[in-house]
Design a protein around this ligand. Structure first.
Ligand SMILES: [Fe+2]
Ligand SMILES: [Fe+2]
Length: 289
């Protein structure tokens, strides 16, 4: 029986490595040394590795119920991609830790929080969290892939490349966890309620994390830096209403991640980053590049 909604979906595992090139990232790597962009990017990176380990575990728990070989293949690709994201963001988090960001502490808290959730709540509820957070990452990914302005905010070229590669792969696998959730009989009610909780919960948690991170940064206390950065941040693409509307679309009855067709966008970035003259081919092992 078909369990995937798109048998042609390609989810390749690319063994990229950014570690060496992230070693000279400066403390305020955001464009023009911007405070909030630097701290927000660091905060996102800090929750990615353990968040992605959780995504992988929550999908794996249902492996036996996935009978469609095409969805099985896509799940294997999803696991491979998320494992690589975790590895590379952990390397970035190590560098951020050297620079004084609280990334390692956040990694530990995230790991503990998600493990506790898994102990207390059902496997299906954890899968619903994964499907909802994948909509978050898909929404952010689409923004990064479509908005030059958003990409430029990352400032340092290697940080920008790291997020761009991650954004491409989040778009490639955006419907995999969702299809698994549906295939194993996940209900609409749990799906929507989980997102209702996360839409505010995740944004609130990230806000607190960025505030704590800023408090620990002396540059944030220096004359008008933070005010200037806030003014700039309010104008940035991520703060636009459409982003929130796109997140809320998840609550629509019969929503599916592929309702937003990002095929052409994904094709374009596959070619730009990993095509014959791909700008990130030098990050792949020599035998593959
Ligand atoms: Fe990821
Ligand atoms: Fe993902």
């Amino acid at each position: 029986m078909a369990q995937t909604t798109n048998p042609d979906r390609k989810v390749p595992t690319r063994r990229v490595s950014f570690e060496a090139s992230l070693q000279d990232v400066p403390k305020h790597f955001g464009a023009d040394g911007d405070l909030i962009t630097s701290h927000l990017s660091a905060a996102l990176s800090a929750v990615f590795p353990d968040g992605e380990d959780f995504f992988v575990r929550s999908v794996r728990r249902f492996r036996d119920q996935i009978t469609d070989p095409r969805l099985k293949r896509q799940v294997a690709g999803f696991i491979g991609q998320e494992a690589m994201h975790g590895r590379e963001h952990r390397a970035f988090n190590d560098r951020l830790d050297q620079l004084g960001y609280p990334t390692k502490k956040v990694e530990r808290i995230t790991k503990w929080g998600l493990a506790t959730r898994e102990r207390l709540l059902s496997a299906k509820s954890n899968l619903a969290v994964t499907a909802a957070l994948e909509h978050f990452t898909a929404t952010l990914a689409e923004l990064i892939l479509t908005s030059e302005e958003q990409r430029q905010q990352f400032g340092h070229p290697e940080v920008s490349n790291l997020f761009l590669w991650h954004a491409l792969e989040e778009s490639e696998h955006k419907a995999v966890a969702f299809d698994v959730y549906k295939a194993v009989g996940g209900s609409e009610r749990t799906r929507v309620w989980t997102m209702n909780f996360l839409r505010f919960g995740f944004v609130a948690a990230m806000t607190v994390q960025v505030l704590v991170s800023l408090v620990m940064d002396r540059a944030a206390c220096r004359g008008g830096n933070l005010r200037r950065s806030w003014r700039r941040f309010r104008q940035s693409p991520v703060m636009r209403r459409e982003v929130w509307v796109q997140l809320k679309d998840y609550n629509r009855p019969d929503f599916h991640p592929d309702d937003r067709d990002t095929t052409a966008l994904v094709e374009r970035w596959r070619e730009e980053l990993f095509g014959a003259r791909g700008t990130l081919n030098d990050k792949l092992p020599a035998s593959v590049a």
